[in-house]
Design a protein around this ligand. Structure first.
Ligand code: BT5
Length: 266
């Protein structure tokens, strides 16, 4: 991966202006958390390979060498803590737009996945670390399956994951894609940081939502419920109508959403 190439594509002021590059690392999110305090906002920790890539709720993220974009952004937004989980939507919208800019149509599976043809091509893991009551940092970890081949996926993943190479039938320039993601991320993040405005990211998530109109299973720690997704509201919450007619707006991060009929299984 060449830093010089990245710089030539970047249009940002601070996102991706500082890069910490690793050939191999356990998890870029873990590393970003370690360095968050001492680095500038917008620093990107990126690795060719992750040996213990993390998904949400202790799940694994497959991150084979040289085939994907496995990276984490260090953010210091200084907003109320309650608003922060919404940053995941900025990540999703930025990846969506970056793919679109490279001629690839995808959908957003609220709140943290990008899917193509019903298969997951990107996942996002947002974590927060508190230094003290008033000081915290946000780490947005993004994993994109760029040039993975079928053999790079486990049997379990083969049916529910894909890569951009598999979709397009040709290799994709990882550096160019990374720059596109970072450029889009900064554009969506600045209004959020300056005035808590996340409307553009929500609009993108809503307009390209794979879940809207579908029956889904909503899984919380101790219960599973089936409902139909009506919309994503102005707060970025998923609006669901249950069988009993009750409507609920679900806050990002608190649940897992599964498609019915084995579709969208993650
Ligand atoms: C996610 O979790 O989708 C968040 C993934 C975040 C990965 C990035 S890579 C850079 C940064 N550093 C890290 O350590 N993590 C972040 P979740 O919604 O829980 O989905 C996890 C599930 O996706 C797993 O249980 C598998 O079923 C599936 N999965 C694992 N690896 C995959 C891959 N490469 N592509 C598609 N699906 C995958």
């Amino acid at each position: 991966m060449k830093k010089i190439d990245l710089k030539s594509y970047l249009t940002t002021n601070f996102i991706g202006r500082s890069i910490e590059y690793h050939e191999s690392i356990s998890s870029t999110n873990t590393r970003a958390k370690e360095v968050a305090e001492s680095v500038d906002e917008g620093t990107v920790v990126i690795a060719e390979e992750q040996t213990m890539g993390k998904g949400r709720l202790g799940r694994n993220w497959t991150s084979p060498k040289g085939k994907g974009l496995w990276f984490s952004l260090v953010l210091k937004p200084g907003l109320e803590v309650e608003r922060l989980p919404k940053i995941t939507l900025i990540g999703a919208a930025a990846v969506y737009k970056a793919l679109r800019g490279m001629g690839i149509k995808s959908h957003i599976k609220w709140p943290n996945d990008i899917v193509i043809d019903g298969k997951k091509v990107c996942g996002i893991l947002t974590e927060m670390i508190f230094k003290n009551k008033n000081t915290y940092y946000v780490i947005v970890g993004i994993g994109i399956n760029v040039n993975l081949d079928k053999k790079d996926f486990t049997e379990e993943l083969k049916n529910k994951a894909t890569s951009l190479k598999l979709v397009k039938g040709q290799k994709i320039d990882r550096i160019r894609l990374l720059a596109h993601v970072l450029n889009n991320f900064e554009k969506l993040y600045i209004p959020f940081k300056e005035r808590g405005d996340i409307s553009e990211a929500i609009k993108i998530s809503r307009e390209n939502s794979i879940l809207t109109g579908r029956e889904v299973k909503i899984i919380r720690a101790s219960e599973e419920k089936v409902g139909k997704v009506l919309d994503i509201d102005n707060e970025g919450q998923l609006v669901v109508k249950y069988k009993d007619g009750k409507i609920e707006a679900i806050f990002s991060g608190e649940v897992s959403i599964r498609g019915m009929e084995g579709y969208l299984d993650n």
